[in-house]
Design a protein around this ligand. Sequence first.
Ligand code: M6R
Length: 365
Amino acid sequence: SKGGYKHYMLKEIYEQPAAVQRTLNGRISDGRVAVDAFGPQAAELLAKARHIQILACGTSYHAGYVAKYWFEAIAGVSCHVEVASEFRYRTTVLPADTLIVTISQSGETADTLAALREVKARALGALCICNVPTSTLVRESDLAFITHAGPEIGVASTKAFTTQLVALMLLVLATGRRQGTLSAERERDIVQQLGTLPALLDGVLALDKDIERIAEEFGEKHHTLFLGRGAQYPVAMEGALKLKEISYIHAEAYPAGELKHGPLALVDNDMPVVAVAPKNDLIDKLKSNLQEVRARAGVLYVFADHAADVRPEAGIKVFPMPSVADEVAPIVYTVPLQLLSYHVAVIKGTDVDQPRNLAKSVTVE
Ligand code: M6R
Protein backbone atom coordinates (compact mmCIF):
# COMPACT_ATOMS: atom_id res chain seq x y z
CA SER A 1 0.00 0.00 0.00
CA LYS A 2 0.98 3.61 -0.40
CA GLY A 3 0.90 4.14 3.36
CA GLY A 4 -0.93 7.44 3.17
CA TYR A 5 1.24 8.85 0.37
CA LYS A 6 -0.33 9.95 -2.89
CA HIS A 7 2.09 7.90 -4.97
CA TYR A 8 4.48 5.01 -4.46
CA MET A 9 7.30 7.22 -5.69
CA LEU A 10 6.78 9.71 -2.88
CA LYS A 11 6.51 6.91 -0.33
CA GLU A 12 9.74 5.42 -1.61
CA ILE A 13 11.52 8.78 -1.52
CA TYR A 14 10.49 9.12 2.12
CA GLU A 15 11.57 5.57 2.91
CA GLN A 16 15.18 6.38 2.09
CA PRO A 17 16.46 7.09 5.61
CA ALA A 18 15.17 3.67 6.73
CA ALA A 19 16.24 1.91 3.54
CA VAL A 20 19.79 3.25 3.78
CA GLN A 21 19.90 2.09 7.38
CA ARG A 22 18.91 -1.41 6.27
CA THR A 23 21.71 -1.44 3.70
CA LEU A 24 24.17 -0.66 6.48
CA ASN A 25 22.75 -3.05 9.07
CA GLY A 26 25.00 -6.02 9.71
CA ARG A 27 27.61 -4.76 7.23
CA ILE A 28 29.73 -2.82 9.72
CA SER A 29 31.84 -4.36 12.39
CA ASP A 30 33.91 -2.45 14.91
CA GLY A 31 33.53 0.75 12.88
CA ARG A 32 34.85 -0.85 9.68
CA VAL A 33 33.26 -2.61 6.72
CA ALA A 34 32.68 -6.33 7.24
CA VAL A 35 34.47 -7.57 4.08
CA ASP A 36 32.61 -10.88 4.22
CA ALA A 37 29.36 -8.96 3.73
CA PHE A 38 30.24 -9.38 0.04
CA GLY A 39 30.56 -13.15 0.37
CA PRO A 40 33.21 -15.61 1.52
CA GLN A 41 35.51 -15.17 -1.51
CA ALA A 42 35.35 -11.39 -1.40
CA ALA A 43 38.53 -10.87 0.61
CA GLU A 44 40.59 -12.68 -2.01
CA LEU A 45 38.92 -11.22 -5.10
CA LEU A 46 39.05 -7.64 -3.82
CA ALA A 47 42.74 -7.99 -3.01
CA LYS A 48 43.55 -9.30 -6.49
CA ALA A 49 41.45 -6.93 -8.60
CA ARG A 50 43.61 -4.58 -10.65
CA HIS A 51 40.68 -2.98 -12.45
CA ILE A 52 36.94 -2.64 -11.91
CA GLN A 53 34.46 -2.72 -14.80
CA ILE A 54 30.98 -1.62 -13.80
CA LEU A 55 28.02 -2.60 -15.99
CA ALA A 56 24.43 -1.45 -15.49
CA CYS A 57 21.52 0.41 -17.11
CA GLY A 58 19.56 3.57 -16.36
CA THR A 59 19.58 4.71 -12.77
CA SER A 60 21.80 1.79 -11.76
CA TYR A 61 24.33 3.00 -14.34
CA HIS A 62 24.32 6.41 -12.66
CA ALA A 63 25.08 4.73 -9.32
CA GLY A 64 28.00 3.01 -11.01
CA TYR A 65 29.19 6.30 -12.44
CA VAL A 66 29.37 7.81 -8.94
CA ALA A 67 31.27 4.73 -7.77
CA LYS A 68 33.85 5.21 -10.51
CA TYR A 69 34.90 8.47 -8.83
CA TRP A 70 35.02 6.69 -5.46
CA PHE A 71 36.97 3.63 -6.61
CA GLU A 72 39.75 5.76 -8.05
CA ALA A 73 39.84 8.46 -5.35
CA ILE A 74 39.33 6.31 -2.25
CA ALA A 75 40.57 2.81 -3.15
CA GLY A 76 43.13 3.81 -5.79
CA VAL A 77 41.85 1.19 -8.24
CA SER A 78 41.15 2.05 -11.86
CA CYS A 79 37.49 1.80 -12.75
CA HIS A 80 35.42 2.04 -15.90
CA VAL A 81 31.66 2.19 -16.13
CA GLU A 82 29.54 1.52 -19.19
CA VAL A 83 25.89 0.98 -20.02
CA ALA A 84 25.35 -2.74 -20.46
CA SER A 85 23.52 -2.39 -23.78
CA GLU A 86 26.66 -0.90 -25.36
CA PHE A 87 29.22 -3.08 -23.66
CA ARG A 88 27.54 -6.34 -24.66
CA TYR A 89 27.66 -5.57 -28.37
CA ARG A 90 31.12 -4.14 -28.83
CA THR A 91 34.49 -5.81 -28.86
CA THR A 92 35.96 -5.08 -25.46
CA VAL A 93 39.47 -5.42 -24.08
CA LEU A 94 39.57 -6.20 -20.38
CA PRO A 95 42.71 -5.30 -18.44
CA ALA A 96 44.20 -8.25 -16.56
CA ASP A 97 42.47 -9.16 -13.30
CA THR A 98 39.33 -7.18 -13.90
CA LEU A 99 36.53 -7.54 -11.39
CA ILE A 100 33.11 -7.10 -13.00
CA VAL A 101 30.60 -5.22 -10.88
CA THR A 102 27.01 -5.27 -12.09
CA ILE A 103 24.34 -3.11 -10.48
CA SER A 104 20.63 -3.74 -10.80
CA GLN A 105 17.56 -3.10 -8.70
CA SER A 106 15.60 -5.98 -10.20
CA GLY A 107 18.40 -8.35 -11.13
CA GLU A 108 16.39 -9.18 -14.27
CA THR A 109 17.47 -6.46 -16.71
CA ALA A 110 18.15 -8.26 -19.99
CA ASP A 111 21.05 -6.09 -21.12
CA THR A 112 22.85 -6.27 -17.78
CA LEU A 113 22.49 -10.07 -17.68
CA ALA A 114 23.69 -10.41 -21.27
CA ALA A 115 26.71 -8.17 -20.66
CA LEU A 116 27.63 -10.26 -17.62
CA ARG A 117 27.30 -13.52 -19.56
CA GLU A 118 29.42 -12.12 -22.38
CA VAL A 119 32.29 -10.99 -20.17
CA LYS A 120 32.31 -13.40 -17.26
CA ALA A 121 34.73 -15.98 -18.59
CA ARG A 122 37.35 -13.29 -19.29
CA ALA A 123 37.17 -11.66 -15.85
CA LEU A 124 38.66 -12.33 -12.45
CA GLY A 125 35.16 -12.64 -11.04
CA ALA A 126 31.74 -11.03 -11.03
CA LEU A 127 30.09 -9.25 -8.14
CA CYS A 128 26.57 -7.85 -8.22
CA ILE A 129 24.78 -5.22 -6.20
CA CYS A 130 21.12 -6.03 -6.35
CA ASN A 131 17.86 -5.50 -4.46
CA VAL A 132 16.27 -8.87 -5.21
CA PRO A 133 17.99 -11.85 -3.59
CA THR A 134 16.13 -14.43 -5.71
CA SER A 135 17.00 -12.74 -9.02
CA THR A 136 18.80 -14.20 -12.03
CA LEU A 137 21.65 -11.72 -11.61
CA VAL A 138 22.33 -12.85 -8.05
CA ARG A 139 22.27 -16.49 -9.18
CA GLU A 140 24.72 -15.88 -12.00
CA SER A 141 27.27 -13.80 -10.06
CA ASP A 142 30.16 -15.09 -7.98
CA LEU A 143 29.48 -12.58 -5.23
CA ALA A 144 26.27 -10.75 -4.39
CA PHE A 145 25.49 -7.86 -2.10
CA ILE A 146 21.78 -7.32 -1.43
CA THR A 147 20.82 -3.72 -0.82
CA HIS A 148 17.65 -4.46 1.24
CA ALA A 149 15.92 -1.34 -0.08
CA GLY A 150 12.60 -3.23 0.13
CA PRO A 151 10.21 -3.58 -2.82
CA GLU A 152 10.30 -0.61 -5.19
CA ILE A 153 6.98 -0.17 -7.02
CA GLY A 154 7.36 3.22 -8.72
CA VAL A 155 8.92 2.86 -12.17
CA ALA A 156 11.17 5.81 -11.37
CA SER A 157 13.90 4.38 -9.21
CA THR A 158 14.60 6.29 -5.98
CA LYS A 159 15.46 4.29 -2.87
CA ALA A 160 17.05 1.62 -5.05
CA PHE A 161 19.57 4.25 -6.20
CA THR A 162 20.55 5.69 -2.82
CA THR A 163 20.93 2.21 -1.33
CA GLN A 164 23.06 1.15 -4.30
CA LEU A 165 25.31 4.11 -3.58
CA VAL A 166 25.67 3.04 0.05
CA ALA A 167 26.46 -0.52 -1.05
CA LEU A 168 29.00 0.76 -3.56
CA MET A 169 30.74 2.90 -0.95
CA LEU A 170 31.01 -0.17 1.29
CA LEU A 171 32.51 -2.04 -1.65
CA VAL A 172 34.99 0.75 -2.32
CA LEU A 173 36.06 0.73 1.33
CA ALA A 174 36.41 -3.06 1.39
CA THR A 175 38.46 -2.88 -1.81
CA GLY A 176 40.74 -0.14 -0.46
CA ARG A 177 41.30 -2.18 2.68
CA ARG A 178 42.16 -5.35 0.78
CA GLN A 179 44.43 -3.45 -1.62
CA GLY A 180 46.23 -1.74 1.24
CA THR A 181 45.49 1.66 -0.28
CA LEU A 182 43.08 2.94 2.36
CA SER A 183 44.08 3.71 5.92
CA ALA A 184 42.02 2.26 8.78
CA GLU A 185 41.51 5.81 9.96
CA ARG A 186 39.99 7.02 6.71
CA GLU A 187 37.85 3.91 6.48
CA ARG A 188 36.47 4.51 9.97
CA ASP A 189 35.84 8.13 9.12
CA ILE A 190 33.83 7.28 6.00
CA VAL A 191 31.93 4.49 7.80
CA GLN A 192 31.02 7.05 10.41
CA GLN A 193 29.80 9.44 7.69
CA LEU A 194 27.63 6.66 6.25
CA GLY A 195 26.12 6.17 9.71
CA THR A 196 24.95 9.78 9.72
CA LEU A 197 23.07 9.37 6.43
CA PRO A 198 19.63 8.44 7.80
CA ALA A 199 19.54 11.65 9.86
CA LEU A 200 20.99 13.72 7.00
CA LEU A 201 18.39 12.39 4.57
CA ASP A 202 15.62 13.15 7.04
CA GLY A 203 16.90 16.71 7.17
CA VAL A 204 16.90 17.03 3.40
CA LEU A 205 13.36 15.65 3.12
CA ALA A 206 12.32 18.71 5.12
CA LEU A 207 13.02 20.77 1.97
CA ASP A 208 10.01 19.10 0.38
CA LYS A 209 7.61 22.03 0.80
CA ASP A 210 10.10 24.57 -0.55
CA ILE A 211 10.72 22.40 -3.57
CA GLU A 212 7.00 21.85 -4.13
CA ARG A 213 6.53 25.61 -4.11
CA ILE A 214 8.88 26.23 -7.03
CA ALA A 215 7.91 23.12 -9.03
CA GLU A 216 5.25 25.01 -10.95
CA GLU A 217 7.95 27.21 -12.44
CA PHE A 218 8.98 24.11 -14.42
CA GLY A 219 5.49 23.09 -15.48
CA GLU A 220 5.45 25.00 -18.79
CA LYS A 221 9.09 24.50 -19.69
CA HIS A 222 10.28 22.21 -22.44
CA HIS A 223 13.95 21.90 -21.57
CA THR A 224 16.02 21.81 -18.41
CA LEU A 225 19.73 21.59 -17.76
CA PHE A 226 21.23 19.84 -14.74
CA LEU A 227 24.76 20.69 -13.66
CA GLY A 228 27.20 19.04 -11.27
CA ARG A 229 30.92 18.48 -11.06
CA GLY A 230 32.98 15.49 -9.96
CA ALA A 231 30.92 12.74 -8.35
CA GLN A 232 27.96 15.12 -8.50
CA TYR A 233 27.93 14.96 -12.29
CA PRO A 234 26.23 11.52 -12.25
CA VAL A 235 23.88 12.90 -9.58
CA ALA A 236 22.92 15.58 -12.11
CA MET A 237 22.45 12.82 -14.73
CA GLU A 238 20.14 11.00 -12.36
CA GLY A 239 18.19 14.21 -11.66
CA ALA A 240 17.75 14.74 -15.41
CA LEU A 241 16.62 11.14 -15.95
CA LYS A 242 14.01 11.44 -13.18
CA LEU A 243 12.58 14.61 -14.70
CA LYS A 244 12.44 13.08 -18.20
CA GLU A 245 10.84 9.85 -17.05
CA ILE A 246 7.97 11.18 -15.03
CA SER A 247 7.31 14.74 -16.19
CA TYR A 248 8.24 14.26 -19.88
CA ILE A 249 10.26 17.45 -19.84
CA HIS A 250 13.47 17.18 -21.80
CA ALA A 251 16.39 17.36 -19.41
CA GLU A 252 20.09 17.03 -19.96
CA ALA A 253 22.93 16.81 -17.52
CA TYR A 254 26.33 18.33 -18.05
CA PRO A 255 29.46 18.42 -15.98
CA ALA A 256 29.49 22.17 -15.34
CA GLY A 257 32.98 22.56 -16.80
CA GLU A 258 31.65 21.54 -20.22
CA LEU A 259 29.14 24.40 -20.41
CA LYS A 260 31.24 26.69 -22.52
CA HIS A 261 32.06 23.87 -24.92
CA GLY A 262 28.56 23.92 -26.30
CA PRO A 263 25.47 23.84 -24.09
CA LEU A 264 25.84 27.47 -23.02
CA ALA A 265 24.41 28.31 -26.44
CA LEU A 266 21.07 26.90 -25.28
CA VAL A 267 20.78 28.97 -22.15
CA ASP A 268 18.07 31.62 -22.04
CA ASN A 269 15.36 32.59 -19.58
CA ASP A 270 13.13 29.82 -20.82
CA MET A 271 15.38 26.94 -19.79
CA PRO A 272 15.74 26.38 -16.05
CA VAL A 273 19.19 25.32 -14.91
CA VAL A 274 19.40 23.11 -11.82
CA ALA A 275 22.74 22.78 -10.07
CA VAL A 276 24.04 20.73 -7.16
CA ALA A 277 26.68 22.62 -5.22
CA PRO A 278 28.21 20.91 -2.19
CA LYS A 279 31.11 22.66 -0.54
CA ASN A 280 34.20 20.96 -1.91
CA ASP A 281 37.33 21.70 -3.93
CA LEU A 282 35.25 22.47 -7.00
CA ILE A 283 32.78 24.89 -5.44
CA ASP A 284 34.52 28.05 -6.68
CA LYS A 285 34.74 26.67 -10.18
CA LEU A 286 31.08 25.71 -10.05
CA LYS A 287 30.14 29.19 -8.86
CA SER A 288 31.86 30.74 -11.82
CA ASN A 289 30.01 28.30 -14.09
CA LEU A 290 26.77 29.54 -12.52
CA GLN A 291 27.78 33.12 -13.26
CA GLU A 292 28.21 32.14 -16.89
CA VAL A 293 24.60 30.94 -16.86
CA ARG A 294 23.36 34.12 -15.17
CA ALA A 295 25.17 36.27 -17.68
CA ARG A 296 23.00 34.64 -20.40
CA ALA A 297 19.78 35.29 -18.43
CA GLY A 298 19.52 31.64 -17.39
CA VAL A 299 17.32 31.01 -14.36
CA LEU A 300 19.13 28.99 -11.70
CA TYR A 301 17.91 26.62 -9.01
CA VAL A 302 20.87 25.74 -6.83
CA PHE A 303 21.00 23.10 -4.12
CA ALA A 304 23.96 24.47 -2.22
CA ASP A 305 25.77 23.76 1.02
CA HIS A 306 24.51 26.46 3.37
CA ALA A 307 28.12 27.35 4.10
CA ALA A 308 29.11 27.60 0.44
CA ASP A 309 28.06 31.22 0.18
CA VAL A 310 25.88 30.84 -2.89
CA ARG A 311 23.60 33.85 -2.49
CA PRO A 312 20.04 34.08 -3.72
CA GLU A 313 19.47 37.02 -6.04
CA ALA A 314 17.31 37.77 -9.05
CA GLY A 315 17.33 34.65 -11.21
CA ILE A 316 19.05 32.49 -8.60
CA LYS A 317 16.99 30.43 -6.17
CA VAL A 318 19.09 28.75 -3.51
CA PHE A 319 18.03 25.75 -1.43
CA PRO A 320 20.24 25.40 1.63
CA MET A 321 21.69 21.92 2.08
CA PRO A 322 23.39 20.60 5.21
CA SER A 323 27.18 20.53 5.28
CA VAL A 324 28.20 16.97 4.50
CA ALA A 325 31.45 15.13 3.98
CA ASP A 326 32.41 14.97 0.32
CA GLU A 327 32.26 11.17 0.29
CA VAL A 328 28.56 10.94 1.11
CA ALA A 329 27.45 14.15 -0.63
CA PRO A 330 26.18 12.40 -3.81
CA ILE A 331 23.73 10.37 -1.72
CA VAL A 332 22.43 13.45 0.08
CA TYR A 333 22.13 15.68 -3.01
CA THR A 334 20.15 13.06 -4.92
CA VAL A 335 17.09 13.48 -2.71
CA PRO A 336 16.08 17.08 -3.57
CA LEU A 337 16.32 16.26 -7.28
CA GLN A 338 13.95 13.30 -6.77
CA LEU A 339 11.52 15.61 -4.98
CA LEU A 340 11.78 18.21 -7.72
CA SER A 341 10.93 15.75 -10.48
CA TYR A 342 8.11 14.32 -8.38
CA HIS A 343 6.43 17.67 -7.81
CA VAL A 344 6.86 18.78 -11.41
CA ALA A 345 5.21 15.55 -12.56
CA VAL A 346 2.32 16.04 -10.13
CA ILE A 347 1.80 19.56 -11.48
CA LYS A 348 1.81 18.22 -15.03
CA GLY A 349 -0.70 15.54 -14.06
CA THR A 350 1.29 12.65 -15.48
CA ASP A 351 1.07 9.10 -14.22
CA VAL A 352 3.91 9.36 -11.71
CA ASP A 353 4.20 5.70 -10.77
CA GLN A 354 3.58 4.31 -14.27
CA PRO A 355 5.07 6.75 -16.78
CA ARG A 356 4.06 6.23 -20.39
CA ASN A 357 6.14 3.83 -22.51
CA LEU A 358 8.18 2.52 -19.58
CA ALA A 359 8.24 -0.75 -17.63
CA LYS A 360 9.63 -1.29 -14.15
CA SER A 361 11.87 -4.08 -15.24
CA VAL A 362 13.27 -4.20 -18.77
CA THR A 363 13.53 -7.93 -19.41
CA VAL A 364 13.72 -7.59 -23.20
CA GLU A 365 16.45 -5.73 -25.05
O1 M6R B 1 16.43 -3.16 -12.39
P1 M6R B 1 17.59 -2.34 -12.92
O2 M6R B 1 18.25 -1.53 -11.89
O3 M6R B 1 18.57 -3.22 -13.68
O4 M6R B 1 16.94 -1.37 -13.98
C1 M6R B 1 17.74 -0.56 -14.78
C2 M6R B 1 16.92 0.54 -15.42
O5 M6R B 1 15.96 0.01 -16.29
C3 M6R B 1 16.25 1.44 -14.38
O6 M6R B 1 17.13 1.98 -13.48
C4 M6R B 1 15.49 2.58 -15.08
O7 M6R B 1 16.39 3.47 -15.67
C5 M6R B 1 14.59 3.30 -14.06
N1 M6R B 1 13.23 3.43 -14.59
C6 M6R B 1 15.06 4.67 -13.72
O8 M6R B 1 14.20 5.35 -12.88
